[in-house]
Design a protein. Sequence first.
Lengths: 974, 89
Amino acid sequence: MSGRRLPGGGRIDRNRPLNFTFEGRPYRGYVGDTLASALLAAGVRVVGRSFKYHRPRGLLAAGVEEANALVQVGEGARAEVNLRATEVELHEGLTARAVNCWPSARFDVGAVNNLFGRLLPAGFYYKTFMWPDWRWFEPVIRRAAGLGRPSILPDPDRYETRHAHCDLLVVGSGPAGLAAALAASRRGERVMLVEQDPLPGGSLLWRPAQIDGRSGSDWAERAAAEIAAAPDALVLTRTTAIGYFDHNALALLERVAGAAGSPGPDHRPRQRLWSVRARRVVLAAGALERPLVFPGNDRPGVMLASAVSEYAARWAARAGDEAVVFTNNDSAYAAAHALLDTGGRVAAVVDSRPAPPARRTASLQARGVRTLLGASIVATHGRPALTGVTIRDAEGHDHRVAADVLAMSGGWNPTVHLFSQSGGALVWDGEQALFRPGRSAQAEVSVGAAAGEFGLSTAIEQGWRAGGGEGAPPLADAADERWTIGPLWRVPARGKAFVDFQNDVTADDIALSARENFVSVEHLKRYTTLGMAADQGKTSNVNALAIMAELTGRPIADVGTTRFRPPFTPATFGAIGGRARGELFQPLRRLPAHDRHVQAGAAFEEYGGWLRPAHYPGAGESAHAAEQREALAVRRAVGLFDGSPLGKIDVVGADAAEFLDRIYANTLSTLKVGRARYGLMLNEQGAVIDDGVTVRLAADHFLVGTTGGGADRIAAWLEEWLQCEWPDLDVLVAPVTTAWAVLTLSGPKARDVLDAAGVDMAIGEEDFPHMTFRECRVAGVPARISRVSFTGEVSFEVSVAADRACELWDRLRLAGAPFGLAPVGIEAWMLLRMEMGYLHLGADTDGATTPDDIGWGRVLKRRRDFVGRRSLTRPELLRKDRLQFVGVEAVDSTVPVPVGSHLRSPGLPSGSEGYVTSSGLSPTLGRGVALAMVRAGRSRYGEELLVITGEGRGRRVRVTVPGVRGPGGEPLDG
Amino acid sequence: MLLIACPWCGPRDETEFVNGGEAHIDRPTPAESVSDADWAAYLFFHDNPRGWLAERWVHAFGCRQWFNVERDTVTHEIRRVWRLGEPRA
Ligand SMILES: [Zn+2]
């Protein structure tokens, strides 16, 4: 037993013990413990295995920067992986396992990698995983290299997103952050104070301090309570600011309900992602201690000095009985005192500086502690955990000293992650050997340790001022003491000296990277994977770039840092997704008559954001059989098709006709009231972007029809031209797609059905011809009818107000039953238009298709300008070998040629001359019908081509005009 | 995420807007008398400066109005927003 629980003290509730298991073994802790503090107090020394070499690892830190103790908490659907044990609050019944270990942390099969460490140097992946060999390695490496295995079960919990605005957002509730939030809240500002810990206070929770005559932690508790009580202030604990984006937008992750891995206790979400827009931001996120880089620095028992102090003071957990302290700066002396104060022994303080401030050494010598100056640690001993260290003194002599804990300090890194994400520039502070915030890019200020200011009074004063505080700031009772450092970036001795503990990157790996000329920090990072693990290099980045600076003889400021990227700590997908999961991930639009389609047995699929009937299979009927039957019904009797998603845009105004003449590639102003016309729209590059039938309701009122996918896009397109190019035109545009339901009757019996349903006007061919439009009543429902056809059969496109869709559907089905009316889905509808050779925009065309490519060369003859016209005479668009829209029919069989098949003349050795864009089995003809884009296709009717790709490879097809003909050569629509 | 001050609705999140590229590009007319080279310049060759850029935005999920914004492409600072038809200066 090495670590232990101290008899008194700490912010734990000894009256409330908690049972938990780690790696299957039962342990006990207290309310207030983290998993890490409870394990330390229970004497557990090995808490995980390293990523690459599977070396045993112990706790390195006490907070968010912990690199070794990654655990999975809970089992099954609520299992959370890669949590830092230092951030897991203990709860009754908690079960935790180390990640990256099999079968257990103490005995791990993957540790064999450690023996073959020479075979896994930096750059191993790049050098090894090159085609074709990587195929052999990948499965093995992937199994061995994972960090935790997330559950594959659906997450049973609820997550949510919240948006907030504030005057001042303060990140971090240490002395500086509390002072800022306190000052601003007293001024009546809307303040948000964010703290990742369950308790406010930051370093005041464990560092001895007196503020305004109270203990630091008492002061923090009172300050936080005062802020929380202010009318417009919000204090969020268990909340991490994970990202800082443009214009002071920050993302906060709040852990709301239920400890990790346990069921949420109530109606609350498990986590909440806050999207905050702040007028000003104060960054008071403190600083993280750096490890020292020396051989064996990853042995369980080697810890950050500040962590040793924090475990003792906050959780009454002593890291060991016999300690050695290794430091290059003054701050670690406090850890030595903390160990002595809690009854531990300190065998030696090893300071790499030849002459540290005398008052530091004297204070320890007075307590009987040996101090070795100008010395370093060159080896650690013990298996699996620390039992001793080898100290090399200033004269070069080695001494072995027994120790079960080694407290190290390599200096401090201000937590500049959010500052850097905000766009601010870091500056190198040579005196303190750290990067601190320089010029700000946004309305933001860093204070306290996050700004490289480690004195308590200074931190409070900075925070107070940043919060707009008036008068005297809260008063710390002791004057700030400057601390000093003499950088020691690595100890020159043989053996694995770890820089990045989580990704197993050593000082030698950095040296290899330098030798192979990956000297930029961005290259170093990718070559060695340094800083790329779940901790994003919180403890390793600065050490690594300083070592690289040493190796390449450059100043650290010139080497610079890699970019800090969000999130600061890992965020769950659940929190990022919020409510947008399952059906709400991308909500689909439903047709006004959706319920009727359900009753009719529709099989639904998504088309352009709408849930639409693909077909209506009868009992035991396959999808293919249903679509064939439905298409035949239209050819032989009558079908009923729901076309509601087709775009409808009202264009109204004195200049409506003029406007549409400029927008459409064909003329609309000559259209008579009550008539319909097919039109094409182009973009300025001359490509077809939409097509549809437009009707003229009045001299100054058009109803523009678009494709289903174009409904929103074209409405915006019309607005853009009106506002940006032709603001002088008197035109209003209103998208009305969803206001109308459109049910189309199509087939030789369509007129009979409409007649039977009851319509208050004459609908004979002479009275109501093709391409005309009427307003009337159908079965008593006010309706608009267009005589347009997408199938080649007589069609009546009936539009009614969306809320009367079901009524119309019922009436038409009832009236149609004696005539064999069948509901028709999209798949059959597409077959019918394919038989007719009708273009389907987006299926048969792409973003480069011009009007001439689809047989609309006549628009070029229009004399007046329209959008895209000038581009039609660009040389590229006049080329004779452009892809043109044609039909293709299989020569060799009745089986359809797959869509996407590339085609080529049998005489050509290579290349493609086009491809099939639409294809299906014609139920009328009993053979495949297809449409294609083929080079100079219109001049090649009758020519045979070879299918050169896909399932149809080797088959022969013949180029035809689009659309098939009946057995006697007659068009299918008679 | 940018905070864009729509001249009609006030400051709103970037997600409500759609960017329309560089502003103040004149459509050459009469189009039929524009050379291929000048037409190609209008279509394809726009400035992409490192620094201040005048660009068009539309409040697509709001008032649907187009307007102009002057934005620094490095820092994303927005220093001016003005309506269509108002002078650029
Ligand atoms: Zn607006």
